[in-house]
Ligand binder design. Structure first.
Ligand code: GUN
Length: 284
């Protein structure tokens, strides 16, 4: 049996069509959703991600503004720019592309973004709201993964979800989102003993570690749903995930590809959050 491929690209296209209609309605009410994106330094991957985000904004009618700064700016300078955007009523969402240069404290930067404009869902206020089940901006990659898994119609309640990776951006919050859906959640990471013995118990396996093809067929239970968040650049310039796709597709029931898997869904949820931010502002 070969796994069915969950096409993030196709699902993203469908959702973006709906989002474009929502933006139309907002515009008729005189609101143009606006996203400000801050990019510091010249990391090629970050530039490529930001380009993708801006293109997607344009597709659905969100106005995006890009602020690029050299890696040499001070932390104070960046915090002041964020404060200016916090005060700008035409900006509904603020996104600071990570990683930042090492002399800048990422958490301090994130905490400076107004929680009401934190469309990445990284501010501790939004993380806390998510944890206790309050209305919050959900982080885009975990949210996109949840929407993808729901799209195949699996009943998440009671399922064993194994998350490999514990980053603040993906691993930790994605486990929480599935816990909210009544899954049994296990976290694995670089210090986990006998990783394969644990991942083989997963009904839904989510891998976000950034190690090319870490997960082979022997890490996967037959029939599992496998979500690959990894984006690794190989020496030949091609992208590959954390999952050995060719091997695992022969074992899994569903699998996400890289590229065109989780990536397009991350961006889609960013668009969704930005539109929500614009709607909320209308009610305040
Ligand atoms: N770097 C890697 N993923 C992300 C993301 O989702 N948002 C931001 N701001 N930076 C990232």
């Amino acid at each position: 049996m070969t796994a069915q491929i969950i096409s993030g690209a196709e699902l993203a296209k469908e959702i973006r069509g709906q989002l474009a209609k929502e933006v139309e309605v907002l515009k008729q009410k005189g609101i143009e959703p606006g996203l400000a994106v801050i990019l510091v330094g010249d990391d090629p991957a970050s530039h490529s991600y930001v380009k993708g985000k801006q293109k997607a904004c344009a597709e659905v009618g969100i106005r995006s503004t890009l602020l690029t700064f050299p890696a040499t700016i001070t932390e104070q300078f960046l915090l002041e720019k964020i404060q200016e955007l916090n005060a700008d009523p035409s900006v509904h969402g603020i996104l600071v592309q990570l990683p930042l240069p090492s002399h800048i404290n990422e958490l301090k930067v994130i905490e400076t973004i107004s929680p009401e404009k934190d469309v990445d869902g990284f501010h501790p206020i939004n993380v806390g709201r998510m944890m206790v089940g309050q209305k919050a901006f959900l982080p885009c990659t975990p949210y996109g993964i949840l929407v993808m898994v729901k799209s195949i119609g699996v009943d998440i309640a009671g399922k064993h979800v194994v998350v490999v990776g514990r980053s603040n951006i993906v691993g930790k919050p994605v486990g929480q989102l599935f816990l909210r859906e009544h899954a049994t959640v296990t976290y694995c990471h670089s210090k986990t003993n006998n990783l394969a013995a644990i991942t083989r118990q997963a009904d839904i396996l989510i891998v976000a570690v950034g190690k090319a093809r870490l997960i082979g067929a022997d890490y996967v239970k037959p029939g599992a749903v496998v979500i690959d968040v990894g984006v690794n650049r190989l020496e030949n310039g091609k992208l590959c995930g954390d999952v050995n796709f060719d091997e695992v597709k022969e074992v899994a029931s569903y699998i996400t590809p890289v590229p065109k898997g989780v990536g397009p869904m991350t961006i889609t949820m960013l668009l969704h959050n930005t539109i929500e931010a614009a709607k909320e502002l209308m009610h305040r």
